[in-house]
Design a protein around this ligand. Structure first.
Ligand code: 6LW
Length: 488
């Protein structure tokens, strides 16, 4: 459990198994394409195979606030030959939860069916022995606060009976993330409580009937890292799955915390794996069951052919403003109205470096690490100079500049973890920005990475790194992400 099975900003995992294949989806907030879908045959090594929402006609992220808006926790299930994915776009929550279906988890997924009238987040779908679908969710509806449930027509998104609260959790903040499983004749209801920060935990209740009454486990919470010295904190939001040989496992979210108290996490909430045993009909978490192999996170992209699934953009589909260039590379067209356009990948390691070769003959722009709209840093090729900046909510700070020589420039960023010292107020990492101009690599500044951490910025997302055009057309001919400490 020391390493995530899916490192980087991949929170709120949900998993299902069909035969010997596992499929997993996560939330994605303001980023498009949305809700990445992964495949595995061993629960340890995951390959992204698509997105549940990859057409702008399926999903409106234009109005989603950064860091807290857009797509919240999904549930992925297989029933009767069809994959169902239900989630909530909190930025258009009045429209209701969104259900998309497919016969192939790689896609294409259907247009959404909206399920309005069930105010809240974290919808779950389950089917009883009679084939009746039940929607269970974390309800905010006045008079229906808690984990609510309703018999549900999943094809139309409408209630087939009255909704009722089935559990309120153990009394901690934010009972959410409900999932239901029928195990040995009992409905097992797992939820997350305590908020998605250091107090996060997983609790469980059970009932012989799907609609309750639910009995809370005396041993709750069944999983938390709160108040422990573990560098992996905020554990919660789990989803259980049974293996083909009958064992059980759980995917869940956690963060890797670094730096001086109170600790900072920078790559968002990541997906981890634990084993599940059963004792007296209750799930017991065995967090050390699996030896997780390191994930291959390094890559280099020259943008030949279709964009790889790893590329995401806040608020809009990059296909609307990027195009492959006939002479190689990708052209990124800046928003003529000055809006943000960023083609990015998730940062996935504690230490990493990125370099991008850009051609600024017809425009300006550069490399960006983004946590949200207000918290980012960049090294940008302007008309005459290359400038490194750090943006905080209070304003933009210039870190350094150098003159621009020519159109074809290599930009770089590196993230390193500082030595911890007893009295040193170290942050989680140090971010350095630079450029290679006229054959010389120049550092244009560095800063304490806590300013691009969730503990400083707030919100639910993690760092992404990519290329942003700021005027005209910026061409990027190659982009590479390397895990580990960069040589200087
Ligand atoms: C998600 C909720 C949660 O919907 O955070 O950690 C919310 N858990 O269950 C946003 O991801």
């Amino acid at each position: 459990m020391s390493a995530p099975i899916i490192p980087g900003f991949f929170p709120d995992p949900t998993v299902c198994r069909v035969g010997t294949d596992y499929y997993l989806a996560t939330s994605s907030f303001e980023y498009f394409p949305a809700v990445p879908i992964f495949h595995s045959t061993d629960l340890l090594t995951w390959t992204q195979i698509g997105h549940a929402f990859d057409r702008e006609s399926q999903l409106d992220l234009q109005s989603s606030g950064s860091g807290v808006g857009g797509i919240y926790a999904p549930t992925l299930r297989y029933h009767d030959g069809t994959y169902f994915l239900i989630t909530t776009n909190v930025s258009t929550a009045d429209q209701g939860h969104m259900i998309v279906t497919s016969t192939d988890p790689a896609g294409p997924w259907s247009d959404p069916v909206f399920a309005p009238g069930f105010d809240g987040i974290d919808p779950d779908l389950t089917w009883d022995a009679d084939g009746m679908c039940h929607l269970t969710w974390s309800s905010y509806a006045p008079g229906l606060e808690g984990i609510a449930q309703v018999p549900f027509d999943v094809r139309t998104g409408t209630a087939l009976g009255p909704a009722r609260v089935i559990w309120k959790g153990t009394g901690l903040a934010w009972p959410e993330s409900p999932h239901l499983y029928l195990v040995d004749g009992r409905w097992i209801l797992t939820i997350a409580e305590g908020g998605t920060e250091r107090g996060h935990c997983i609790t469980v209740a059970r009932s012989r009937n799907i609609d309750g009454p639910y009995e809370s486990a005396a041993q709750n919470p069944i999983f938390t890292h709160r108040s422990t010295p573990s560098p992996i904190q905020n554990v919660g939001h789990g989803d259980l799955v049974q293996t083909p040989t009958g064992e059980w496992a759980m995917v869940y979210l956690a963060v890797r915390v670094a730096g001086i108290t109170p600790g900072f996490h920078v790559n968002g909430r990541e997906t981890f794996l634990a084993g599940i045993d059963w004792a007296d009909g209750w799930p017991v978490v065995d967090e050390h069951r699996y030896e997780v192999p390191p994930t291959e996170t390094g890559f280099s992209d020259e943008f030949a052919g279709a964009l790889d699934l790893r590329w995401i953009s806040p608020g809009s589909a990059a296909s609307g403003w990027t195009e492959p260039s006939a002479s190689g590379g990708l052209d990124l067209h800046a928003d003529p109205t000055g809006g943000t356009r960023l083609l990015a990948v998730r940062a996935r390691d504690p230490e990493w470096s990125v370099s991008a070769d850009v051609d600024a003959a017809r425009g300006t722009g550069g490399l960006v690490i983004r946590l949200d709209d207000d918290h980012w840093c960049s090294v940008e090729v302007g008309r005459a100079e290359i400038v490194a900046r750090l943006s905080l909510r209070a304003g933009v700070i210039e870190l350094g500049r150098t003159s621009r020589v020519g159109d074809e420039i290599s930009l770089w960023l590196r993230v390193t973890v500082p030595e911890a010292g007893h009295n040193a107020p170290v942050g989680p990492d140090v971010i350095e920005l630079g450029a290679i101009t006229a054959g010389e690599s120049a550092s244009l500044g560095s800063f304490d990475g806590r300013y691009l951490s969730t503990e400083v910025a707030g919100g639910f997302t993690g760092r992404v790194v990519g290329v942003a055009p700021s005027s005209g057309t910026l061409r990027v001919s190659s982009f590479s992400y390397r895990p580990g400490r960069a040589g200087s």
